[in-house]
Design a protein around this ligand. Structure first.
Ligand code: GDP
Ligand code: NAG
Ligand code: MG
Length: 426
């Protein structure tokens, strides 16, 4: 009897010791929350500069352990044979993925989706969580023109480490405005279908583009936040995001950001620039004196060169989108009807808005956020960045320096040096 108790107690002690050792081993390779990698120019461009050492965050994982390491050296295989179940810590998954230290921004992820997008958005969420949010636990707002069903809510809320919110879009934000001639709009769709223009015959795609251009940031749920990060179904994140991009935006006075830029399909926006010029004339007070016109136009504003930031990825400031300047801009375009008489996308609309209304220094290119949305990849230029951030993208797929990308123009406009190694990806 007594021997049994002693053996039992010894067994428990041994098990606890094993768990502590396993915990120590596993936490020793946890990510460190550090400052973004900076080049000489202070831009987030890739190549780590020679002597620059990783600056640990004020409170690193190592210093937050509150117990002493055991003095005896053991290897993990000693314990592998021991039973691992029941594990008293089971369920506390954050034990191995502790929250990043430091303040949190007033920020949320935002996704527009249909119920049928569930498994594709689940893939996106899983990657955003694994690469970033499991350590930051930001909220996630889901928006839909129909009510989300229980399956959608259940799966997405189980994947997101922050709070989830589900909003149904009001009809006036997802319908034809009164001034649109429905017959004219119908003929356009028929014509575009015949010319095989992508989404050319779709009504819902047009509502989606108009909604993303002018309404997502004023949804009641979005009013609770200052910053957003847009995530679409079926996207991929290829590298660890080892710092808080929201905080980076705030600290560096950024309002809008991108990872991929390219030329818009001209058939979808034949008269967009006419409306933009009308806006410039009507509201010169909104045009920033240090704007990005050079990125948008090769003839000082006479014509649009079709360059835009790809808006399926965006990290941006909601209060800017809610400003009078941006609302006046959106309303001028909306009155001209091009969301329905053509097929204006929210990407050129956001991009032209950011390009004209913001100081050019307020637009940021995230080289270190590796991203894929069919059919383009942004894989960071600079091998040291890719290794440090545990990237799994193929650098030869990087779109940044290819002929159809506009990122080159963004660098030229800002006078940035292109990151080391860009020539190999051109
Ligand atoms: N609720 C809802 N979301 C939509 C609809 N159409 C597109 N979306 C969402 O809008 C975003 C863009 O649509 P997507 O099909 O990815 O277009 P693409 O990226 O331009 O090819 C995605 O987040 C979609 O889930 C729709 O009819 N209803
Ligand atoms: C977050 O930002 C929104 C919009 O600016 C604001 O209304 C809200 O009070 C802010 N919340 C916090 C906690 O600061
Ligand atoms: Mg998409």
């Amino acid at each position: 009897m007594a021997t049994g108790n002693v053996r039992y107690a010894r067994y428990i002690l041994f098990a606890v010791f094993g768990i502590v050792v396993i915990y120590l081993i596993s936490t020793s390779s946890l990510p460190q929350y550090t400052e973004p990698i900076k080049s000489n120019a202070g831009q987030l461009l890739g190549g780590l500069t020679g002597g620059e050492k990783e600056k640990p965050a004020q409170e690193t994982i190592a210093t937050s352990r509150h117990f002493e390491a055991p003095t005896t050296t053991t290897t993990s295989h000693t314990y592998a044979a021991e039973p691992t179940s029941p594990n008293p810590k089971y369920g506390e998954v954050n034990e191995l993925s502790p929250p990043a230290p430091g303040e949190r921004m007033n920020a949320t992820f935002v996704t527009l989706a249909r119920n049928s997008d569930l498994w594709e958005i689940a893939r996106s969420i899983r990657q955003v969580e694994d690469r970033f949010n499991r350590n930051y636990n930001y909220d996630w707002v889901f928006l839909n023109d129909k009510p989300f069903d229980d399956a959608f809510k259940k799966v997405t809320s189980s994947l997101v480490s922050g709070k989830t919110h589900y909003g149904e879009i009001a009809e006036e934000h997802w319908s034809f405005p009164s001034w649109i001639d429905q017959e004219k709009a119908r003929q356009v769709r028929e014509d575009m279908a015949q010319r095989k223009i992508i989404y050319g015959d779709s009504i819902s795609y047009r509502h989606m583009c108009r909604f993303e251009s002018g309404f997502f940031f004023r949804q009641p749920l979005m009013m609770n936040y200052e910053w957003y990060w847009r995530v679409e179904p079926s996207v991929e994140l290829f590298c660890d995001v080892h710092y808080d991009p929201f905080k980076f935006m705030r600290d560096n006075k950024k309002k809008y950001s991108f990872v991929i830029s390219l030329y818009e399909y001209v058939e979808t926006i034949p008269t967009l620039w006419d409306s933009v010029k009308k806006f410039i004339k009507q509201h010169p007070e909104h045009i920033h004196k240090d704007n990005s016109m050079k990125f948008l136009s090769d003839d000082n504003g006479d014509t649009y060169n079709k360059c835009h930031f790809w808006s399926n990825f965006e990290i941006g400031n909601l209060n800017w989108l809610r400003s009078k300047a941006y609302i006046d801009f959106f309303e001028t375009l909306d009155k001209d009807g091009g969301f329905f008489y053509e097929r204006w996308g929210d990407a050129p609309v956001h991009s032209i808005g950011a390009g004209l209304l913001l100081d050019k220094s307020e637009i940021h290119f995230f080289n270190d956020i590796a991203y894929y949305h069919v059919p383009f990849t942004h894989c960071p230029t600079g091998e040291d960045v890719r290794v440090k951030l545990k990237c799994h993208c193929d650098p030869s797929q990087n779109f940044d320096w290819k002929g159809y990308s506009c990122t080159n123009r963004f660098f030229e406009m800002n006078g940035y040096d292109k990151p080391k190694g860009w020539e190999e990806q051109a």
